[in-house]
Write a protein of this length. Structure first.
Length: 368
């Protein structure tokens, strides 16, 4: 059981992470919003709140028909429902009117997200981009094209060849200028798409990465481990699961403080990246526990990798702030067999081996 101090510390870290994530979304120059499973608002960044003149202190838990003007609310809610029904990224076009009455058009991408274990719908994330100028240019091109056709017809009827040629020249120049504007706009849209792609990558990184160590978080490492379990069931390639625990970690926290404890966790993550192969999977399982998946190695090779990881970490005698303190880990290993029925069973067996290593005195490797 975690004591109250640990829970407060973890809660503070979680609040800090949420604050960082909200700060990132607040800084995005495009409309960003999130809704819960009932499609009620739980977050809107300053851009979208200002766009629809929404009171930032009185919008949480409300729906579009309570926040948006009637002329926009229904179309927004319908695109939400379409995105939820489609269970995938949905693109739509939505409108908003500025305070001076000018209509603006937005290209909106909405992504529903679901509980990984139950598939239950949990909420919706949306990001918009102002495409008013693009539509304006397209409309101008269409209008000018129609005007040109009409002028050509009139000039043919009037047989004013010279004037017609001059008009064609003028219209070509105008179309060339507009084509140049459209080219510039397309270039801008390409850059915006790259920025959006980078933002999506950053959001995915936040969802899959442990913020303290930079390793896979529990959710991601379990997902990857489950994939390897399914792969093993198909081809029976040698696969091993290592449960690793930092010895006496609570004592380090109690003696030197949580900042030092965090630095020790980051140092262990650094050792993992140094000692393991790129194809190996490593992630923080929780607290000071880590999971490693080794693929395609025999038992002797697995033991060598585990021992190298243990010895490398134990060789570090000076933790941050130049405090000399012996560091060590205990490792429990389970090699997948044909009788294995689930990933949870593999974790349980590796965990039992880990505790056997603890019972034998820590700083060692034990096999299931």
């Amino acid at each position: 059981m975690k004591d109250r101090e640990q829970l407060l510390e973890e809660n503070a870290k979680l609040k800090h992470l949420i604050s960082q994530f909200t700060g990132l979304l607040d800084s995005i120059p495009d409309p960003v919003f999130m809704k819960d499973s009932n499609l009620r608002w739980i977050y809107g960044n300053p851009v979208i709140l200002n766009l629809y003149s929404i009171d930032k202190n009185n919008y949480i838990g409300k729906t579009e028909d309570q926040l948006l003007p009637e002329e926009f609310a229904e179309s927004c809610m319908q695109s939400d429902r379409d995105a939820v029904a489609g269970r995938r990224l949905m693109q739509s076009e939505e409108r908003a009117r500025t305070d001076d009455g000018v209509m603006h058009y937005y290209e909106v991408f909405k992504v529903p997200f679901h509980d990984e274990s139950t598939g239950e719908f949990k909420g919706l994330i949306g990001v918009g981009r102002d495409i008013t100028e693009r539509k304006k240019v397209q409309d101008e091109l269409e209008t000018n094209y129609l005007e040109l056709q009409m002028e050509l017809k009139l000039r043919k009827e009037l047989e004013e060849e010279n004037r017609l040629q001059q008009l064609i020249l003028e219209q070509k120049t105008k179309l060339a200028d507009q084509a140049e504007r459209l080219t510039m706009l397309n270039t801008s849209l390409i850059l915006e798409a790259e920025q959006r792609k980078n933002l999506e990558a950053e959001l995915q990184q936040l969802a899959y990465t442990d913020p303290l160590t930079g390793l896979n978080n529990r959710r991601r490492v379990m997902e990857l481990a489950e994939n390897e379990f399914e792969r093993y069931r198909r081809n029976h390639q040698s696969t091993a699961l290592l449960m690793i625990d930092l010895d006496h970690f609570k004592k380090i926290n109690d003696t030197f403080g949580h900042q030092t404890g965090d630095a020790v966790l980051r140092q262990f993550a650094k050792q993992c990246r140094s000692e393991l192969r790129k194809i190996d999977i490593v992630g923080r399982f929780g607290g000071e526990e880590f999971i490693v998946i080794l693929i395609g190695l025999d038992k002797n090779q697995i033991g060598i990798v585990a021992e190298k990881l243990r010895a490398a970490f134990h060789s570090i005698q000076c933790i941050p702030d130049h405090v000399t303190y012996p560091l060590s880990i205990s490792i429990g290993i389970y090699i997948f067999t044909e009788t294995l029925t689930s990933l949870d069973e593999a974790i349980l067996l590796a965990d039992e081996a880990l505790y056997e290593a603890k019972r034998q005195g820590r700083n060692r490797v034990a096999w299931a």
